[in-house]
Design a binder for this molecule. Structure first.
Ligand SMILES: *[C@@H]1O[C@H](CO)[C@@H](O)[C@H](O)[C@H]1NC(C)=O
Ligand SMILES: *[C@@H]1O[C@H](CO)[C@@H](O)[C@H](O)[C@H]1NC(C)=O
Length: 164
């Protein structure tokens, strides 16, 4: 049912843009903010991940280093954690232990399902780079981030910025 809504590219684009506009993000200090506000003018990495997934737990610290390097360089970059955790407690624990100071979609929010369907996420970890309007810039950015590390973060970000 869900997939059929995304088959038409035009409809998909509109849906993703609308979804991103309306979705509520939770910040590290537990304040919620509209995605349209939090992501405005930024390049965004949608990070589909979960506590129970071992490759996710290996990648999360690498993403954090990458993120911290871009923040230190003042780049307009944001990560949004889209959790496949089984309950809110697991999400919180995983977020507090390993994640960077980036927003996440609250456990149980239907945006998790819609984003997963929209970006065809079947395996995690998955990292999709998008613009603030929901347009995909890079599919499967995980190997790029792993290879770049903190040292190559700014150069990789500049590559993505060229795709805007
Ligand atoms: C939470 O963090 C955001 C972003 O840094 C900030 O704008 C907001 O004022 C903070 N809220 C509280 C209650 O500390
Ligand atoms: C997801 O798959 C559908 C159907 O194959 C395709 O039309 C759509 O472009 C894909 N979306 C992304 C973001 O890759």
């Amino acid at each position: 049912m869900f997939h059929s809504a995304f088959l038409e590219v035009g409809a998909f684009t509109l849906t993703m843009a609308q979804l991103l506009e309306d979705v509520e993000l939770v910040l590290s200090n537990k304040t919620t903010v509209k995605a349209s506000e939090a992501l405005k003018g930024k390049i965004v990495a949608l990070y589909f991940s979960a506590h129970w997934c071992a490759p996710c737990k290996m990648f999360t610290p690498k993403l954090k280093e990458f993120y911290d390097a871009l923040k230190a360089a003042g780049k307009n970059f944001e990560v949004v954690f889209v959790s496949f955790d089984r309950n809110a407690k697991d999400l919180e624990k995983y977020y507090n232990e390993l994640h960077g100071d980036w927003p996440y979609v609250e456990f149980g929010d239907e945006a998790i399902e819609t984003l997963s369907m929209g970006f065809n996420v079947s395996d995690i970890p998955a990292l999709h780079i998008i613009d603030a309007g929901g347009r995909q810039l890079v599919d499967n950015a995980r190997p790029l981030v792993t290879a770049s590390g903190a040292e190559g973060a700014v150069a990789l970000f500049e590559e993505w910025a060229k795709l805007l």
